[in-house]
Design a protein around this ligand. Sequence first.
Ligand SMILES: [Fe+2]
Length: 500
Amino acid sequence: MTDEKILIVDDEDMIRTLCAQILSDRGYEVHTASNGITALEELRKSPVDLIVTDIKMPGMDGLDLLERVRAEGHDSVVIFITGYGTIDTAVESLMRGVDGFVLKPFTEKQLITSVERAIKRSRMEKENIRLKALIPLFEISKLLVPELDLGAIFTMITNIVVQEFSADRVSLMLLNETTGILEIRASHGFSSPDVPLAKKPGEGISEFVFLHRTPVLISPENIQDTEITARLNKNDPARSSMSVPLSGKNSVFGVLNITRISGRAFTTSDLQVASILATQVAAALENATLFRHLQDHYVRTVQALVAAVEAKDPYTCLHSINVATYAVEIGRDIGLNKSQLEEIRIAAMLHDIGKIGVSDVIISKPERLSYEEFNVMKDHSEHGIRILDPIGFPPEILQAIHQHHERYDGKGYPYGLAGEEISLGARILNIADAIDAMISRRPYHETISNQEVLQELEREAGKQFDPRIAESARRLIQQGQLKPVSYCMPAGAKEDAGKK
Ligand SMILES: [Fe+2]
């Protein structure tokens, strides 16, 4: 038994039965029709791989049937059986896209040879379709995997679909879970007044596809389903369109609509490719959404940790925000990329998180800390790592926090690392931390002038600070780009000298 289905169309019972018998014996699933109209009805119910049809039939002849088959978007291979094998008929048949002939009278062997050749062609075409489908899938994966921004992903998907299907219009619709409405999140080829930004449940073809979780192919010749007909926009000049559901693991969350205004109508093969593509698009969107949720969760975790350390030590109120602002500005100035800047921002927000692990007595002590107390306070770098490591923060963030009190000259803590032994993030944090300590108004000293900050940065370049980063910070301060975002001093706050 083979996987292929064959439809025999002939008005002569004997020929139809004979062909069916021969091909059934070869293991094919064979269906029969006595005329073109019945053949089209059969095809609409169940597509076939090969149509073997007589040319000369009453009503609709083989050539007309071929034309209708193509117009309705069926991509079955077609071969003609005819006793009228003149040159004219052959030429016209080939021009209309027939794939082969069997001339009456034919032997069993001739029929089988022609059918097997056609089936081989059908298999090759299907294989081509599968290969063709892999190209956009590969492109999508290659482009989408590193992209985390949903807007950029929408644009990429639209562009790839336009290119792959020679589409005139594309729309990517996603369910708004709050309103229950399908909304267009990306589109191509609509003039502004035409863009249906949202559809209410029950409207349009895309909603049909969404509700029934089934792809739909529409061309003017093959609309038989009355429910689909009722949903068509009669004024739409579309030649042909496909709508495929975007399905996640457990549910449908959107629809991809692809339309041609002119040219060849989409076929069932196109619909097959679009469905495969939709699977990849859905996976990419699900991954991006999942990543965004994880990121939101991550950001909320960071915010909760920052709030925890600020609650413990009121003097650090907004200190972490200012340090993050300076660190990101400096990082940008020395050429860090987007993800490095995000790492430095998070590291800055959490650089003193380890203070949670230091005794309240020391944290809240209003007077200058003793030598022993200061040594306990210095443990906050280590405490920070013990808190953050199990959460799964990237090593760059953990290193920056762990080493933010190391000095360029090797006289810092906890390990006395020097120069580039200290991570770049930590060297940036160290300067950002020092700048905020200087320019934010502290209980124990008034704000010092920019000039004094510049002098301090110059004096400590190569000692406490990495000279290249200190130079960047000096330049930014001179340009007025390093300013505290905000500052708050809780009521009753007292001196915290020695706590940094
Ligand atoms: Fe610190």
